[in-house]
Ligand binder design. Sequence first.
Ligand SMILES: [Zn+2]
Length: 111
Amino acid sequence: MEREDRAPRLAAEFPKLKNLKLLMTFKRGEVTVQPQHVRVIVVPRAPALFHVPCIDPECRRGGHEITDIVLSALRSGRGSFSGACACTGELGSAAARCTGELLFEGVAEYA
Ligand SMILES: [Zn+2]
């Protein structure tokens, strides 16, 4: 949360950005863990920071850092973009690598 508070606002970085939503699907291997859902970003208040927590509650130090992908798409004024990001966390006492993967699509509208 502290990191989000210190981050620049999306609206300050991208004054022309009007709407942004992210369509996110979580997978593990070939299995879809959570079907696609839409996250609507509240542009005036949102930080310019996109870290999506791992969907697995057992995962430690996990998550999907998609800030760079999202910000570079917005910087080039793209209306749609997509990407994938593997979780870097660990699972269980053997500290096995979490194999969670986030697939996302972004839809942006500009003034
Ligand atoms: Zn994970």
